[in-house]
Design a protein around this ligand. Structure first.
Ligand code: NOJ
Length: 551
């Protein structure tokens, strides 16, 4: 079995991880300084979100130079050092490839925007206005507003699926594709372990842009409903795989918003284009129909389980997935999936068991291993994330009060996961000696790495235990998945079975005791429990239990 199926991936958001320059934002050397800490979690690969040179409109997802490190993070020598030091510890570095778009400050775009007849004129998605001079289509960009921006020099619009400063690259152009593969191979040659491929669902554009159905007060149509995973995308990606992946010991994980179970084989099966694809539905159970932060839908455990279960069965025979409950775009899991009055330590442990026991590669997001939770800044101006502002404005335009709009931001802002890592209880949580770019979560005196290192019952030590446990029990890595009580809104019960054993995982998501059918524990031995003891036939509030039957 490939190394990346057996290991644990840690997602690092460098800006908030560890600052070695006393500048209030993290550095590459900061990551290097924490490699032993990451090793203690059993991490075999670190995915770092973009550290390329960038104006940081979207914190690095707007790349100005794919071959250079942004000075705020350090330089190429720091990057080489990180890759080398990680390798010594048997950890590989995974880079983020932002290939749907670049920054508008990228030399490619500057040239492309300068005239209609320069050599890179066709490197981005340029279109003439409609007859009345308005944008070519009514698409709303993912960060709000029209997805088109006017360029005076060319007297044309360019497409930006995200912010206006993130123009979309034109994948139809062979030279563009070649330039992107060259970028990827430059990093492969540095000895990295793989790529997380950003926003890849959006690379295929229609020849003619048609208007979509208006679905907001701004008179625009959601690009997500019209512009994702278009026919022909897999041809691009097959070529990408051939040029970048074939014959190399790396993995590719695609951010493939909206690939459903039925299509999965084409994306990650034996002839698939990626090694893993990021599944989205379980991470946003409240946004099944739209992503409006003030309009979350009600959901229950059954809704959360439904997609997890169908994807788990789908990859029993073919394909693979990252297993994740947090990333840099989502709220903290203890705040997201549980009410505020629920014991966060127990909730964090319960979710740790779920994550480490499902089939797939666990992707732990920084701070998750100590149970970090959401923030709630009082003023919208205390936020940094571009989408927090656009969601806030959208909510106001739709008639929500400032208070309601801010509540939406509190619940779903991407900054919830981007607050500085809480290393200790000193000033700025030991993240930096200078005032951080984003305020530290107030709870850092209670929730921090140092304190948890010293507490055998901490979330951190529980993660470490589970990680060792997963290595010891092959069934948790290679075993088949089978679930029970799929309709239950209280418990999640499933097995992982290989030729040696069946491990049964029983999770009570409720804050009250739940009885379980004795048949689930018949002839099974206790392996691990998140509580001090387990009483047969019942699960304590938020209890996570692992039992085993040897074959
Ligand atoms: C997905 C990334 O995870 C997110 O942070 C970014 O804003 C968009 N893609 C655009 O690159």
């Amino acid at each position: 079995m490939e190394w990346w199926k057996k290991t644990i991936v840690y997602e690092c958001y460098p800006k908030s991880f560890c600052d070695t320059k006393d500048q209030g934002s993290g550095t590459i050397k900061g990551i290097t300084s924490k490699l032993d800490y990451l090793k203690s979690l059993g991490v075999g690969a670190i995915w770092i979100t973009p550290v390329y040179s960038s104006p940081m409109v979207d914190n690095g997802y707007d790349v100005a130079d794919y071959y250079a490190i942004d000075p705020q993070y350090g330089d190429m020598a720091d990057m080489d050092e990180l890759i080398g030091e990680a390798k010594k510890r048997d950890i590989r570095i995974v880079m983020d490839l932002v290939f749907n778009h670049s920054s508008d400050k990228c030399a490619w775009f500057i040239e492309s925007a300068s005239s209609r007849d320069n050599p890179k004129a066709d490197w981005y998605v340029w279109r003439d206005p409609k007859e009345d001079g308005s944008a070519p289509s009514n698409w709303r960009a993912l960060f709000g507003g029209s997805a088109w921006k006017w360029c005076e020099a060319r007297k044309q619009y360019y497409l930006h699926s995200f912010a206006a400063e993130q123009p979309d690259l034109n994948w139809e152009n062979k030279e563009v594709r070649k330039a992107l593969y060259d970028v990827a191979n430059f990093w492969v040659d540095k000895g990295i372990g793989g790529f997380r491929v950003d926003a890849i669902s959006y690379i295929k554009k229609p020849e003619v842009f048609l208007d979509g159905e208006v679905d907001g007060a701004d008179g625009l149509a959601d690009l997500n409903k019209i512009g994702r995973n278009k026919e022909g995308i897999l041809d691009f990606l097959k070529e990408f795989r051939k040029e970048v992946r074939e014959g190399k010991d790396i993995f590719l994980v695609g951010e493939t918003n909206s690939v459903d179970v039925k299509q999965l084989k084409k994306w990650v099966g034996e002839d698939g284009v990626f090694d893993m694809v990021i599944e989205f539905t379980h991470i946003s159970p409240e946004f099944r129909n739209n992503e409006k932060w003030c309009e979350p839908e009600e959901w229950t455990l059954k809704d959360l389980k439904r997609n997890i279960i169908s994807f788990q069965y789908a990859i029993n025979d073919e394909g693979w997935l990252p297993i994740y409950f947090e990333n840099h775009d989502k709220p903290r899991l203890v705040s997201h999936y549980f009410r505020d009055d629920i014991d966060k330590k127990k909730a964090a442990k319960l979710m740790a068991v779920l994550q480490m026991c499902l089939r797939g590669t666990p992707f732990i997001y920084q701070g998750q291993e100590i149970g970090m939770s959401n923030v709630a800044y009082e003023d919208i101006n205390d936020y940094d994330d571009i989408s927090s502002y656009t969601q806030y404005e959208l909510a106001l335009a739709e008639g929500y009060s400032k208070q309601e709009a801010l509540a939406g931001v509190h619940n779903f802002s991407r900054d919830n996961c981007r607050t500085p890592m809480q290393w200790d209880d000193g000033e700025f949580a030991g993240f930096s000696k200078a005032k951080p770019w984003l305020a530290v979560n107030d709870n850092y005196k209670e929730v921090n790495v140092k304190r948890q290192e010293e507490d055998p019952s901490s979330v951190l030590n529980f993660y470490r235990e589970l990680s060792k446990f997963r290595q010891k029990h092959k069934a948790l890595i290679e075993g088949r998945f089978r679930s029970y009580e799929d309709e239950s809104d209280e418990v999640f019960i499933f097995d992982r079975t290989d030729e040696e054993e069946t491990i049964r995982i029983l999770l009570n998501f409720m804050d009250y005791e739940v009885k379980i059918d004795p048949k689930y524990e018949e002839d099974m031995d206790l392996l691990l429990c998140s509580e001090e003891d387990h009483e047969k036939g019942r699960l304590k509030p938020l209890e996570a239990l692992l039992i085993v039957k040897y074959r």
